[in-house]
Design a protein around this ligand. Structure first.
Ligand code: T4K
Length: 374
């Protein structure tokens, strides 16, 4: 039994919420208007604000990040094989599979655990139609190298940018790269609307398909030219998003504070690696992954348990590796020997608590537990 009560449990994340008093007037407007969903006024405002913020011409709000991926995959009109990473949350590969496409796993790079562009070309076949890459933990993929390969082979590029809200790379929004970027605004993300998501669309023609697919394939009251789903964001979520946007730089700076203390205290420990902050990047500090190597003196799972004993719930994002799941492990690209970097990372990774309200005292409790576990 843990000696800690539930009340002093430290979770891997806690959602940031703005002061309730700021949200109530927006709720009153919803109550007055009775416009609850189907592209209401808050929905329109949030899409417009995010277009500015993401430096994009088209942003379509969605119910969640998984449906955002499904919508982008549908709008990209793909077929056959999709090159993707095994090192992600399960939504990435499931959205490929649910689009009746075959995932082809390619290993990741050790420096940022994003898909390794040097390995992509060898995985391309005449059946390949796209690359679905993930900006894992919000760290940018090698977007230039990936685009060059895609252009050479006529492939679409979809970035699962679920972790990458507010990230800037080479002085522009990371979401302005690729044909589509998809976001999650889930409670556990750096920017949340309770549940929510978005698709950033580069090509205006695809924007029509995105818009239709999230609304049952409907074009107008009497015209339904396509199959579709219901992936619409409600007015409640959109109103919250407008407010959250005003608080996002506060969220980012509080997360930066937590990130900096971990780096200062854990960065030099033998056998424990923090992922470096990537060059030319303004991060959002949405996760704090550490990699626990054999020299640390305790295994990753022993450290996970030691933290739990002290009331600290770290998480093994991303373990198990997606290529080991029952529905994917039979794929030729899922063989472990083809994915050595991702396999090792999944065995070693632990994401430590990081969120704006994490106090220095609680963070020091986490750090001391890690040091004592060696
Ligand atoms: N692509 C990628 C790369 C993703 O990482 C994700 C989602 C998606 C796509 C799909 O986006 P969505 O469809 O979810 O919008 C969580 C999230 O559910 C999931 O959104 C996220 N990635 C994934 C990495 O993590 P769990 O199973 O770890 O969540 P859960 O409920 O255990 O929450 C973790 C901790 O957060 C809890 O211990 C306490 C705290 N928490 C959580 C919730 C939901 C709160 O304090 N309040 C809350 O409301 O999956």
């Amino acid at each position: 039994m843990s000696e800690h009560s539930l009340s002093d449990t430290i979770y891997v994340t806690r959602p940031y919420l703005p002061p309730l008093a700021e949200f109530l007037p927006l709720l009153e407007q919803i109550w007055d208007s009775r416009v609850l969903t189907n592209k209401g006024p808050f929905h329109a405002q949030l899409e417009a604000r995010l277009c500015e913020y993401f430096e994009a011409e088209h942003v379509a709000l969605m119910t969640n990040g998984m449906l955002a991926l499904s919508v982008a995959i549908d709008a990209a009109a793909l077929s056959g094989e999709i090159i993707t990473t095994p090192y992600s949350f399960v939504a990435t590969t499931h959205s490929v599979k649910m689009g009746q496409l075959e995932p082809v796993f390619v290993d990741v790079r050790p420096g940022d655990l994003n898909i390794d562009p040097d390995l992509i070309e060898a995985a391309i076949t005449p059946r390949t139609s796209a690359i679905v890459a993930v900006h894992c933990y919000g760290n940018p993929c090698d977007v230039e190298a990936i685009q060059a390969i895609a252009t050479r082979h006529g492939l679409k590029v979809i970035y699962d940018a679920a972790h990458a809200f507010g990230v800037r790379y080479r002085a522009r929004s990371l979401l302005s790269y690729g044909d589509f970027s998809t976001l999650s605004f889930h409670a556990t993300k750096a920017f949340n609307t309770f549940e929510g998501g978005a698709v950033v669309v580069r090509d205006g023609d695809a924007n029509v398909a995105v818009d239709r697919f999230r609304n049952f394939g409907i074009a107008d009251e009497v015209t339904i030219p396509a199959v579709g789903t219901n992936a619409k964001m409600s007015e409640f979520n959109a109103a919250l998003g407008l407010l959250q946007l005003e608080h996002f730089e506060h969220v980012r700076s509080e997360r930066r504070r937590v990130d900096a203390l971990y780096r200062a205290e854990l960065g030099e420990l033998d056998g424990l690696d923090c992922l470096p902050i990537p060059a030319d990047t303004e991060p959002n500090f949405s996760y704090f992954p550490i990699l626990v190597g054999p020299e640390f003196g305790a295994s990753r799972d022993a450290l996970y348990e030691a933290l739990k004993q002290q009331g600290v719930n770290s998480r093994r994002y991303f373990y198990p590796l997606l290529s080991t799941l029952p529905m994917y492990r039979g794929l030729p690209s899922a063989q472990e020997e083809r994915l050595p970097v991702a396999t090792r990372a999944a065995q070693r990774v632990l994401c430590l608590p990081i969120y704006p309200e994490l106090s220095e005292g609680d963070q020091r409790r986490i750090i001391e537990t890690i040091k004592a576990a060696r």
